[in-house]
Design a protein around this ligand. Structure first.
Ligand code: CTP
Ligand code: CA
Length: 229
């Protein structure tokens, strides 16, 4: 058998990862949410810590266990996630927005549990737009590497990449991890296929278990950081 020396190639690097999915309250017992379990972000945090980085994991309603050896900051709403990310990433070398952030929140959150007789048979919820955390992070930390995620359902690969490059430019981030969401791609505990892009287009492709994909993303983050230095 072979003894593989542990690589501590991220020693000295401060990494902040958001993971999971934000929830927006409707009333004290109900919320608007999404299906993100947090597995991708948690795998990133785990691999970064295993490779020697100082890791803060901002976990939004994680459905998977947080890894050992990371600083966990639990959050629920987008507003909480935003505050935690802006604080934690102030002196970070790499900030990775793997969380599924709700684009909208409920405009008027009810203090009391909503009752059917008051709401009627066809109620409407008024929503209001949430701040874009990734845009704020990218604007605030021009020296560090900022990574966004995008799950696109566009079936044509070239069109999908074009959407991703445009999204990267719009967000102002350094890297964007693109994965295709389909029937058996991207959700659940299946193998993952991602493309990692910078402003020039695809710089790396990774597939396989979430840990290998996480390592590939961290490799690109590391080399981008070296280019910035
Ligand atoms: N994101 C964020 N704050 C938001 C919405 C998204 O920080 N309010 C981040 C996500 O964490 C992700 C990236 O932006 O890293 C891309 O998210 P995505 O939902 O694909 O982009 P949107 O700009 O919301 O565009 P759309 O949902 O219309 O595709
Ligand atoms: Ca969105």
């Amino acid at each position: 058998y072979a003894i593989v020396a542990p690589t501590r190639d991220l020693e000295g690097m401060r990494v902040v990862v958001s993971a999971g999915g934000t929830r927006e309250p409707i009333d004290p017992v109900r919320f608007l949410g999404n299906r993100s379990s947090g597995a991708h972000g948690v795998a990133l945090a785990a691999r970064a810590a295993a490779r020697g980085a100082d890791v803060t994991l901002v976990g939004a309603n994680l459905q998977v266990e947080a890894p050992r050896g990371v600083r966990l900051v639990p959050v629920s709403t987008t507003a909480e996630l935003r505050d935690a990310m802006l604080l934690a990433s102030r002196d970070a070398h790499a900030t990775i927005m793997a969380a599924a952030v709700a684009d909208y929140r409920v405009a008027e959150v009810s203090d009391a549990k909503l009752k059917k007789d008051a709401w009627g048979s066809s109620p409407t919820l008024r929503l209001t737009e949430n701040p874009d955390v990734l845009v704020e992070l990218a604007a605030r930390m021009p020296r560090g590497v900022v990574v966004g995620f995008a799950a696109e359902t566009e079936p044509d690969a070239d069109a999908r990449r074009a959407i991703a490059v445009a999204k990267l430019a719009r967000k102002g981030c350094d890297l964007l991890v693109l994965n295709q969401v389909g029937v058996d791609l991207g959700f659940g505990d299946v193998e993952t296929v991602v493309e990692i892009l910078d402003a020039s287009g695809v710089v790396a492709t990774a597939s396989g278990p979430k840990t290998s994909v996480a390592d590939a993303i961290l490799d690109v983050v590391r080399s981008t950081l070296q280019e910035h230095a």
